[in-house]
Design a protein. Sequence first.
Length: 236
Amino acid sequence: MNIIVTGASRGIGYETVKILAADPAHKIIAIARNRQQLEKLKNECELFQGGNVFIMVSDLAEHGAQEKLVSEIKNRFKSVDILVNNAGMILNKSIQEISDAEIEQVYRVNVFSVFRLIRDLIPLLKKEKARSHVVNISSMGGVQGSIKFSGLSAYSSSKGAVAVLTECMAEELKTFNISVNCLALGAVQTEMLEAAFPGYQASCTAVQMAGYLVDFALKGQENFNGKVLQVSSSTP
């Protein structure tokens, strides 16, 4: 399978690529801003399976970066079976302290880049028979009715937008044999969580969540389309 994973330089994305790369039948494009971390990921994957991870350095929030990235993807893959939109940005700040630039940055990473990447890769995701699968990573904070936490208004609202975007895109793209689903994750022990909430200990590790994500990305389109699935054993 031809697979794309964004936000691959750390945490869940990093571990997801490692699990996928263990299967020589997969070819994976790993996307992130940090070239050094991507090189480290590629080297780790090549220890047990060589040559099936391709790295692409891109800041998905940067204006103009999208066109270049999509061009690079099309040069590497003629079709895409799975797209995992994992890249994300968290901001822990009270509403009265958030600047226009900060909330715009959160939405550029968490929402706009997801929309643009799916839209621009539709020609590669289209299938005549087997369905391709887009998996958007949201958060329990973006689920209506879930417990909300002070300081996460920008982050949680952006993840709520991803959930609704998933439902809308699934309806529009089903005629192309493209399934679009969303995983609303609870707290996972990652570098991003530690930066936002120093000292907080989540019950789920990045490796554990990556294992679930890989299984869902490979098989979830068989039973789900346009669904926002809550993946959490705790609050948050």
